[in-house]
Ligand binder design. Structure first.
Ligand code: 26W
Length: 820
């Protein structure tokens, strides 16, 4: 077994300093007298990397030696954020590093600030995968993540004249957290033809030949657990031309240009993360990314399994593979192909192995987000896979027909191939058919998938195949790292930092709700966090905000279903109301800062219009002398993980106001409550379970319930549909030119007033405004407000990603932690 000393890294600050100096002088080839913050960051990170890699090696040896069952988490996105602070905290060596850096003349915050976010994800799904890696390592599960090493992560957002402008995020200039494995490569085949022959026993043998080969190169990222030596691996694949630098044939024959072009075409596969969130655009390059990544990962997994010399039937006892949404669904087809075409298993035996191995997590019910690929595209790119998909579908439909004879409409509805023009492969159905468990990510969402998109499949497979695992977040990053003072205060009352490993220990805080001194300390920490954010706002936008005002935050991807338009219409309503008041009356109102942040997909025109309106409202309101501190409207540029770590601890109220039934779970709702902020929200996603845990009195719920959404939408389409009166006044102000050229915002207004108001902005407007009035009133009573915050935090234990990972491990993966 390891001793704590062995994995916590440095003996003392001198030991750490020596390592930093060594890296400055040798690895970076610089003089310690010419070491700026950037070099200090590089050297300090390398010093920590050296420690991580030792734990990483031991963890891998141990996993191999014990030959225990592993979970492979396949995700096209891992939104890791920064690694340095996380490594220091998880290794329990941040104080040591802080002292050491101070002696070298640096402030640790400045050094942490040098790191570029690893932003290989869009939003919720990618960040969830990152929280899961932290929990799997912390809980000592033998686990690997598999993803793509994008050269460009999610774009950097700039706001220019109130509009979003996208700038490429080239983040790999210097990345100490990855290890290239030039010896771990896989050849990936695309295009080509399939030939079928018979062997001596009359069995049909399929051969996939010809086409193009692209090389996958592995890059390993060690992911440390908290207070444990377990350091798991995140393996990211990078694409490269197969024939090395050049195609020498072409090169020598003078066709230099096209030999370079081939190489660039290969590298394009892992070049860029698709910036769409909850929107499927069916691009050929995207499906190429998916197959490239899935095929490389499975080759790796199978290679590792074959080394153990076990029987194929033991594959599912040794390996669980989780599909993070439908993006890796081709893995089901690829494993079946490997088993029947390459390893020579019979179809049924192979299919048993496949379906026992995979689990599928669904993250959305939005129809525009459900992946479908044209049959013709798959035929062209992956001809053998299309045959296997057709065979899977044939066997599946036969079994359905046997159990439900003469129901042709059922067969049409559940077919993996949609008989449309053109025909499409329904990836979500393929994922359900090829997995042994399917889960949603919050109770309401898991109920909804079973009663809507997968209703027929529940009838066919039975309810036991479908389950719920409510999302969670890692308290290490989202409390300890982001809000160190609150973490320390909690530790002082709950018996040390144990709560970071067992979040239910937060319940001990309930004993201190009535402790006036404790409430005061709590309030001071929140205020200090707000001062930090206020300074950040001043330095980036030049706007002064009063830290004593109520900070009202909505940060997430910009999407109509998340309803930032409802929020900004509410803000305009507040502005009009304030303007109509006498100065004396205005003084009595609760001051507010409305803070927005989030990226719009580059092609999502309506989302970009919403960003423009928020910025236009801000530039009017923020310089209106009548209004002063009563209202400020802020749009924070380039919302990302490291900015979330500043914003979330500074919030008094956060907005989670999606149309009921549309937000699968949400995870930032959990982060905000855990940091002592209250929520205004709809009865959607995990808000419902948060309410159950923390109590109705500690959350501001409003709006239509999900069971009423469909009916309401129908009244819009067929009935008289009049816009809420207060909302109509907001529209008048916009159309009167109060916020600039009204035409710029016409689509947002039309969507509600002239079209069917699909997201029910008008229906929910009045209750939204009324609920904000209640918020203002309750905020006036600070003692009561703080009590609610403390009570809420005390009851948030359930939302740790540790609880969530334990549920997956027990209910879906059937794996156990490795003793350390
Ligand atoms: C094909 C385009 C595309 C890209 C990304 C479709 C769908 C996605 C993701 C599944 C969208 C996503 O991030 N969903 C979010 O997943 C979170 C983690 O479970 C949930 O908390 C959010 O509610 C859900 O929107």
């Amino acid at each position: 077994a390891w001793t704590k000393h062995e994995f916590s890294g440095f003996k003392d600050k001198d030991d750490f300093e020596r390592e930093v100096v060594r890296h400055v002088e040798t690895t970076l080839a610089r003089s310690i007298y010419n070491c700026d913050e950037s070099a200090a960051y590089s050297a300090a990170s390398l010093a920590f990397r050296d420690r991580l890699v030792k734990d990483w090696n031991k963890t891998q040896q141990r996993q191999t030696f014990t030959d225990s069952k592993r979970i492979y988490y396949l995700s096209l996105e891992f939104l890791m954020g920064r690694a340095f602070d996380n490594a220091m905290l998880n290794l329990g060596a941040k104080d040591t590093a802080k002292e050491g850096l101070a002696e070298l003349g640096f402030r640790i915050e400045d050094i942490i600030g040098q790191e570029h976010d690893a932003a290989l994800g869009n939003g919720g799904l990618g960040r969830l995968a990152a929280c899961f890696l932290d929990s799997m390592a912390t809980l000592n599960y033998p686990a690997w993540g598999y993803g793509l090493r994008y050269r460009y992560g999610i774009f950097k957002q700039e706001i220019i004249d109130g509009y979003q402008v996208e700038v490429p995020d080239y983040w790999l200039d210097f990345n100490p957290w990855e290890f290239p494995r030039h010896d771990v490569t896989v050849d990936i085949q695309f295009f080509g033809q399939v030939s079928k022959t018979q062997d001596e026993n009359g069995k049909t043998i399929a051969k996939w030949e010809g086409g193009d080969i692209v090389k996958a190169v592995a890059y390993d990222v060690p992911t440390p657990g908290y207070d444990t030596p377990s350091t798991n691996n995140l393996r990211l694949w990078s694409s490269k031309a197969a024939s090395g630098e050049f195609d020498f044939q072409k090169f020598n024959s003078g066709d230099y240009e096209s030999s370079v072009a081939d190489q660039q075409r290969a590298e394009t596969i892992s070049a860029v993360l698709y910036p769409n969130d909850n929107l499927d655009r069916g691009k050929e390059l995207r499906v190429k990314q998916q197959y490239f990544w899935v095929a490389a990962s499975l080759y790796d997994i199978v290679r590792r399994f074959k080394k153990t010399k076990r029987k194929w039937s033991e594959f599912p006892d040794q390996i669980a593979i989780q599909l993070n949404d439908t993006h890796p669904t081709l893995a089901i087809v690829e494993l079946q192909r490997i088993l029947i075409d390459i390893e020579g298993l019979e179809w049924d035996e192979a299919w048993n192995i496949v379906t026992s191995t995979f689990g599928y997590t669904n993250h959305t019910v939005l129809p525009e987000a459900l992946e479908k690929w044209p049959v013709g595209l798959i035929q062209h790119l992956l001809p053998r896979h299309l045959q296997i998909i057709y065979d899977i579908n044939l066997f599946f439909l036969h079994s359905v027909e046997r159990r439900f004879p003469n129901d042709r409409d059922l067969l049409r509805r559940v077919s993996i191939i949609e008989e449309s023009q053109p025909k499409m492969v329904r990836m979500a159905f393929l994922a359900v058919v090829g997995s042994h468990k399917v889960n949603g990510v919050a109770e309401l969402h898991s109920d909804l998938i079973q009663t809507t998109i997968f209703k027929d499949l529940v009838t066919i497979f039975g309810e036991d195949k479908f389950t719920n695992v409510t999302n969670g977040i890692t308290p290490r990053r989202w409390l300890h790292q982001a809000n160190p003072r609150l973490s320390e205060l909690i530790a002082s009352k709950t018996g040390g930092y144990e709560f970071l490993k067992d979040l239910t220990l937060l319940n001990k805080l309930e004993l201190f709700v009535d402790d006036k001194e404790f409430r005061k300390e709590w309030a001071e920490i929140k205020y200090a966090n707000k001062v930090v954010l206020a300074k950040y706002i001043k330095s980036t936008l030049g706007v002064s905000v009063n830290p004593a005002a109520l900070f009202d935050v909505q940060v997430k991807r910009i999407h109509e279903y998340k309803r930032q338009q409802l929020n900004i219409f509410g803000v305009i309503h507040r502005y009009l109301t304030l303007k109509a008041m006498s100065p004396e009356e205005r003084k009595k109102q609760q001051p507010r800062v409305s803070i927005f942040g989030g990226k719009a997909a580059p092609g999502y025109w309506m989302a970009k219009q919403i960003i423009h309106l928020i910025n236009s409202v801000g530039s009017l309101v923020n310089k209106d002398a009548d209004i002063g501190d009563a209202l400020k409207v802020i749009f924070l540029e380039d919302y990302n993980v490291s900015k979330a770590e500043i914003i979330i601890p500074a919030s008094d109220l956060s907005e989670h106001i999606s149309t009921a039934g549309t937000e699968a779970s949400g995870t930032s709702n959990m982060k905000f409550v855990l940091n002592g902020g209250l929520i205004i929200g709809t009865c959607d996603g995990a808000n419902i379970e948060i309410t159950r845990e923390i109590g109705q009195d500690n959350i501001f719920l409003f709006g239509t319930l999900s069971e009423d959404v469909e009916d309401l939408r129908h009244t819009h389409t067929y009935g008289e549909h009049t816009v809420d009166q207060d909302l109509a006044k907001v529209f008048d102000a916009i159309q009167g030119g109060m916020f600039g050229e009204p035409n710029d915002f016409q689509a947002m207004i039309s969507a509600v007033r002239d079209h069917s108001d699909y997201y029910l902005v008008s229906d929910d407007f009045q209750s939204y405004i009324d609920t904000h009035k209640m918020v203002d009133e309750e905020y006036q009573n600070q003692e009561e407000w703080i009590s609610k915050c403390i009570r809420s935090v005390a009851r948030m234990g359930f939302f740790s990603s540790d609880r969530c990972i334990n549920e997956y491990a027990e209910g879906i993966w059937n794996i156990e932690p490795l003793a350390v």
